[in-house]
Design a protein around this ligand. Structure first.
Ligand SMILES: Nc1ncnc2c1ncn2[C@@H]1O[C@H](COP(=O)(O)OP(=O)(O)OP(=O)(O)O)[C@@H](O)[C@H]1O
Ligand SMILES: [Mg+2]
Length: 500
């Protein structure tokens, strides 16, 4: 149905609205109000422009800004959040003044949402709003926020949670939306993502582990479903190993041939985003390029299944639509074992269909945070023989209280990442600051206990404490010999993180 000329774009929409506006309107003469409001708007708009957002509209007492159209940046969601924070700061100044001068309480609510919008030959971005419901969702999220708050949809959250901190709000019902959507309150930009130094040592050691992964991969390519669980303490290098391996697998000789290059689906479970089956719904919908907020998501799904040569896409797509909670899909009639099995088989068929076209690497990280439903489905998929190249790569922290993964099966390998040797650890230090005195290098190594994350943190703390500084020509030098190596609070917090 879609016109060929139509264009799909990912945009982040910021919607900001005054709270307390009616009270203001009651107390002021219209002309004065006009001047006041447009003054505030101008200040807000200035922040948006500074981050290259496009001011779309002033609607009464609201403003909406689009990031990602007509000009797109790689970090549009981040820009939207920085704008939102800046707007709240600016607004707070106005509000404080109004309160003092007139005793009026005024607040700004902001909602942010990222989504795909479809547009034809658009000249003004405003036309996007008519066609996608991204703008509507942003405005509804905004309405749920309290004065002074910035609410962010789970889609925007996922794209930005490395750089920003959030408080979980939970699912909120949106008028006109069948499904509640998960919302987070933005609390600020993270200070622990410190750009001071870029510690990016080349991979040190881990050759044995890489070859074990490759062995499993080669076996999966012969049609055996393989499962490898990488376990280890926080910061020991689980994610890094997985990234290095996928890099090798995609760049290898076989991989260079695009039909053979593996398809990589990757999901990291998190402590806050625990919706049932999260580890499968999200990566699969992304891989199938389905816009899960769009009204025709079900049609898209059916089309993709047909492309994957499903014999009966019409039969399977409603099941998967329910599984993924696509708009318009009914809630499952029952929670029965029978329904669960139907659903699991549909997901299995989908994964097999994907793997049939190209080897499939299915990566699930931070399994210790996984929801029970995802685990249930994972072990179901892992225990079926598929005859297609399918490799599950799992990473999990071990520590007190971590659940045991699973009784081992023949296709199940567990790799426990041991600490790096002192000699390997020293190489990470040298890759970053090769001029550090040996004695200091050794002290860092001794403290880190073979944990690469601890090494990186020690190096960062050298910079933060001022012991290491850039000199006039931009070279790092040691200012004074630190008598103690500080262990930063963030590091302690990570190390002590209780595993639920
Ligand atoms: N073998 C290695 N050589 C060089 N750097 C490494 C190595 N292993 C890990 N690192 C670096 O150490 C840091 C921590 O590693 P990583 O994030 O992979 O740990 P993790 O085990 O996944 O931790 P978490 O349990 O917190 O997820 C990263 O910056 C990573 O690049
Ligand atoms: Mg990790």
């Amino acid at each position: 149905m879609q016109d060929q000329a139509q264009e799909r774009r990912l945009v982040t929409v910021l919607f900001a609205d005054f709270a307390g506006f009616t009270q203001l309107a009651d107390q002021m003469d219209p002309e004065e109000l006009q001047v006041l409001v447009s003054g505030i708007f101008e200040d807000l708009a200035e922040e948006a422009v500074a981050y290259d957002g496009t001011i779309e509209k002033f609607i009464g007492d609201a403003i909406f800004v689009v990031f990602g159209a007509p000009v797109a940046h790689e970090d549009d969601p981040q820009r939207a959040l920085r704008t939102a924070l800046a707007m709240q700061r600016v607004f707070a100044e106005h509000a404080a003044r109004l309160k003092k001068e007139r005793g009026i309480e005024l607040g700004l609510r902001i909602g942010v949402h990222t989504g795909v919008v479809v547009a034809g030959s658009v000249r003004s971005v405003a036309e996007y709003g008519v066609m996608g419901d991204t703008v509507n969702v942003a405005s509804r999220i905004q309405a749920a926020a309290g004065p002074g708050e910035i609410y962010v949809s789970s889609t925007s959250f996922r794209l930005t949670n490395r750089e920003f901190s959030f408080r979980e709000v939970g699912p909120i019902e949106l008028k006109g939306k069948e499904k509640p959507i998960l919302v987070y309150a933005l609390t600020g930009e993270r200070t622990d993502v410190r750009p001071v130094i870029d510690v990016s040592a080349p991979l040190v050691g881990r050759w044995m582990e890489l070859s074990r992964l490759d062995l499993a991969y080669q076996s999966s390519r012969l049609g055996h479903t393989e499962v490898v669980l990488i376990a280890g303490e926080p910061g020991i290098g689980k994610s890094r190993l997985l990234s290095e391996f996928t890099g090798l697998a995609t760049a290898s000789e076989e991989g260079a041939n695009s039909a053979e290059a593996p398809r990589v689906l990757r999901w990291t479970f998190s402590r806050v985003n625990n919706r049932a089956y999260a580890g499968f719904i999200e990566p699969l919908m992304v891989e199938l390029r389905i816009d899960v907020t769009s009204a025709d998501a079900q049609t898209q799904l059916e089309e993709r299944l047909a492309e994957l040569d499903f014999m009966n896409p019409k039969l399977v797509s409603p099941i998967l639509a329910q599984f993924a909670h696509l708009p318009g899909a009914p809630e499952p009639a029952s929670d029965s074992e029978e329904w669960k099995r139907t659903m699991f088989i549909a997901v299995y068929d989908l994964i097999v269909a994907l793997a049939r076209t190209r080897p499939l690497l299915y990566i699930l990280e931070d399994l210790h945070y996984a929801d029970a439903a995802s685990l249930d489905l994972l072990w179901f998929l892992a225990s079926r023989t598929s005859r297609v190249p399918l490799l599950f790569l799992l990473a999990q922290r071990i520590g007190p209280g971590t659940p045991d993964p699973r009784p081992s099966r023949t296709n199940f390998t567990q790799l426990v990442l041991e600490p790096l040797s002192d000699e390997e650890a020293a190489r990470i230090v040298e890759a970053t600051f090769d001029w550090l005195p040996d004695e200091l290098r050794d002290r860092i190594v001794a403290r880190a206990g073979g944990n690469p994350f601890f090494i990186e943190e020690s190096l960062r703390s050298l910079v933060e404490s001022g012991a290491v500084q850039k000199d006039a020509i931009g070279e790092w030098t040691l200012r004074d010999r630190p008598s103690v190596l500080e262990v930063p609070a963030t590091l302690l917090a990570t190390a002590d993180e209780v595993i639920e």
